[in-house]
Design a protein around this ligand. Sequence first.
Ligand code: PLP
Length: 379
Amino acid sequence: MDKPIYFDYAATAPVRREALEAMIQVLGQFGNPSSRYAYGREAAARVKADRETVAQALDCDPSEVCFTSCGTESDNWALRRGVELNRRKGKHIITTAMEHAAVLETCRDLERQGYEVTRLKPNRAGRITAEQVTAALRPDTALVSMMLVNNETGVVLPVRECVEAVKAVDASVLFHCDAVQGFLKTQPPLGKLGADLVAVSGHKIGAPKGVGALYIKKGVRLRPLLTGGGQEEGLRSGTEATAQIAAFAAAVRANLAETDRLERTCAIKNYTLAKLKEAVPKLEVISPGDAPHICAISLPGYKSEVVVRVLGDRGVCVSSGSACHKGKPSHVFAAMGLPRSWLDGALRLSFSPESTPEEADALVSALKDAAESLFTTLS
Ligand code: PLP
């Protein structure tokens, strides 16, 4: 198969060469970090160094970084144990209607256990304000969970401002941020958002799938989700995935070394959007995205699953929304109140610094052909 023309970096990014090399090296070292002999100590030292690297990227203390298996695990841990930590306050949770399923489905599960969830609705541009969050606060609010970068629109939510506003009203409310799409893509570093808990994931930044982390602010005494051998200072049992962790840290280092990566990503996104608007007049921009790597468009009246398939047949990979939607209209675009025809034809494009104008031109040409040849429900 030819190399795909890939515009779905928000679904997952290719494993970076540096990450692969680190992974292979550590796979050859095989020691268990809990073992007391040299092989074990060597593995433990490597994990310690890798934790320091991730902490540096988050701008926090290494003791505040706990490795997990993915962003979903980090979100689950933060929400389930976060509400438990604050159970004396009450059973009210505030989140947004446009979170990833890792948060929304966990909230739904907590509802089944007796929690009450307020889901804040974004405006037409996919934005939520600090005023909305503080207006929803109640004396029994235990936790607020708000994503940093929406994975379908690329909109950056004002998390730092919301944390400040919430804490000013009630400092005991825990604040969790799903920053899976924001890690190494936004400023300030995530450890400086002020949130108590921040979830990140490796495979969005060039590490392999199967590794993530949860930032737990010093002093937040979160109980473990996984109990067992007491790894990660007793916070997350399970033998450390040393090779994935090494690859995660290597991917972090490689990203940080590319100081112009965000400018390059943003430039190729803007180039693509400009070319698309020129070539496909029917196209609507749902969101140009504040984050450099994501934007959302629509071909109103078309079926995005069909467009995605037709583009896929030409080797062009885009998404009809989050990879987790499996053909259902996006809850994010629905929450924004977009008309049905826009929802049906919605596509997410996501970029990397390695995306090229030639690839963008191929996408534009494939989308133009699809718009001209496919059936539309609008005349
Ligand atoms: N949160 C957001 C915003 C995401 O985009 C994703 C993945 O797409 C996740 C959470 C889940 O992360 P993971 O795939 O590492 O479980």
